[in-house]
Ligand binder design. Structure first.
Ligand code: HEM
Length: 488
């Protein structure tokens, strides 16, 4: 009996040890993946970069780091880390990753006091997704055809006020005409007809609220931020009055404001007044600012590059001979040369210089040279769009304005892979207003090319480094002479 008990005891001890060892081995095996199996990106301290940022600017500093460290590197900001991913080869996870893996994080906080805390980056993910759905619906390409006539009317009416000849600031003129266009189909006729001047200057105050300082400290009561907040309150008052007056009179209009007023959440709730105002402000903000800077750069580049100006004018002659006075959606879709001139201006001076996300889970990247890195959870991830647009292994002679690079036989934006041209973002959050942006700018420039002979008379504009987008600095003076372009 004793013998049996002793054997049983030894057996129990052996089983216990085997179980402990097996558990340890299996835990070790399952833990192995928690440790980085690949190296982390090289790290630089932000302090070491300050002299370069101060002397050369952030963009050049990033370009220098890219040359020195390769396409993946991390900047340590005394704790928080920013990892830059340079080049189309390593951008896929940034654009396609699930929201639970990589999202906007706090980067969009700066937009909350501009748009409203009731919309988009001020609300939870589920509500935001539904609101983005409302906005995307307003911007559907299928709705664009019906927008051509109103945009054309605004453009023709605006430039009809120019004399036979004259000198104007192109920047001021194009900002104005784009405000008329946006207000026509976004804000509705009430604002367009009665208070556009006030609304334009209020939007200007909101735009000033988007600067590098407010990115870091969106709520600090600087004079600029205070003016931004006052402008926001007044805009909300104006739009709320319009919404109430439409609702009480039963009047229905064909514009984005109306469509947003009719939007319903999945639970059947209608969008509130504050939400409608916030979404309208977001739409104007997302669209007008980048479209106006792109239309100015497009003009500055075309007027400084005779070869492409001539090609764009020739294309207009073809369009006139084909469509006579019936220039509509199909004619604009055929303006490939003008399209490429705009796209190349966007490549040279992209309004969204950098796109940013927060990594909620570790992920792996592989560079085009085959090097692999683990990017840890918690890192802020940045795609430097402006630098990507100038990469020599993607774009031939990248600092030259050459719209033909997008033409048949070259297509440099495609040869470099899916994420070579990310001026409009890509993947999950690709710009829903891209088609509208091209359309507005084409309507403006095709009208100008057909009706005026233009010359750039101030020096080619520099980039305003104090602004978040790559805006032209100062006035952009042009001279004009009215003409009627002859068709073939
Ligand atoms: C030249 C003009 C434009 C440029 C360069 C541009 C650029 C961009 C970029 C880069 C993004 C993605 C941001 C990110 O991934 O972090 C974006 C998103 C967006 N854009 Fe544009 N945009 C332009 C015009 C417009 C216009 C005209 C509208 C509408 C009126 C618009 C509405 C939007 C919206 C609603 C989103 C958010 C999409 C989402 O999160 O799902 N954009 N835009």
């Amino acid at each position: 009996m004793d013998m049996l008990a002793t054997r049983a005891t030894w057996l129990a001890i052996a089983i216990f040890f085997i179980t402990v060892v097996a558990t340890k081995i299996s835990r070790w095996k399952s833990n192995v993946h928690l440790f980085p199996t690949r190296p982390l990106p090289p790290v630089v301290n932000v302090l070491a970069l300050l002299p370069s940022i101060f002397n050369k600017g952030f963009g050049v500093t990033i370009a220098d780091l890219h040359t020195r460290l390769g396409s993946v590197f991390t900047i340590n900001l005394f704790g928080p880390k920013i990892t830059l991913l340079v080049g189309p080869d390593i951008s896929a996870h940034f654009f396609q990753g699930l929201e639970s893996e990589i999202s906007f994080g706090n980067f969009a906080e700066v937009t909350v006091p501009i748009f409203d805390q009731e919309v988009l980056y001020g609300v939870d993910m589920a509500t935001r997704s539904e609101q983005i759905h409302f906005i995307v619906d307003v911007l559907k390409p299928s709705k664009l055809r019906s927008l051509v006539d109103p945009i054309l009317q605004e453009v023709e009416a605006y430039f009809a006020s120019w004399g036979q000849e004259g000198i104007v600031d192109l920047k001021h003129e194009l900002e104005q005409v784009l405000m008329f266009i946006s207000s026509r189909f976004l804000l509705g006729y009430e604002v367009r007809e009665m208070m556009l001047e006030e609304v334009s200057s209020l939007f200007h105050e909101l735009e000033n609220g988007l600067n590098f300082f407010s990115f870091l400290f969106p709520y600090i009561p600087t004079p600029t931020n205070r003016r931004r907040d006052k402008a926001h309150i007044r805009l909300k008052e104006i739009f709320t009055t319009t919404i109430r007056s439409r609702r009480s009179s039963g009047r229905v209009q064909e514009d984005a404001l109306q469509r947003l007023m009719n939007s319903k959440y999945k639970d059947g709730r209608s969008a509130s007044e504050a939400e409608i105002c916030g979404m309208i402000i977001a739409l104007i903000f997302a669209g007008k600012h980048p479209s106006s800077s792109t239309s100015i750069w497009t003009g500055a580049f075309m007027l400084s590059n005779t070869k492409f100006l001539i090609a764009a004018v020739e294309e207009q002659k073809h369009i006139i001979s084909k469509y006579k006075n019936q220039i509509g959606y199909d004619a604009f879709s055929e303006m490939d040369t003008l399209h490429r001139c705009i796209k190349e201006a966007l490549r040279m001076h992209t309004p969204a210089q950098m796109l940013a996300r927060k990594a909620h889970k570790k992920f792996k990247v592989q560079t085009k040279e085959g090097k692999e890195y683990d990017i840890p959870e918690g890192h802020n991830i940045v795609i430097p769009t402006a630098l990507n647009n100038k990469l020599a292994h993607v774009y031939n002679d990248p600092h030259a304005y050459d719209p033909d690079r997008f033409g048949p036989g070259r297509e440099e934006d495609k040869v470099g892979g899916k994420y070579s041209f990310t001026t409009f973002g890509g993947g999950r959050h690709v710009c829903s207003g891209m088609a509208l942006a091209y359309l507005q700018i084409k309507v403006i420039w095709s009208h100008l090319l057909r009706n005026f002979e233009l010359k750039l008379i101030s020096p080619f504009p520099k980039v305003d480094v104090s602004k978040v987008g790559q805006e032209p600095k100062g006035k952009v003076m042009i001279s004009y002479n009215r003409r009627q372009l002859q068709c073939y």
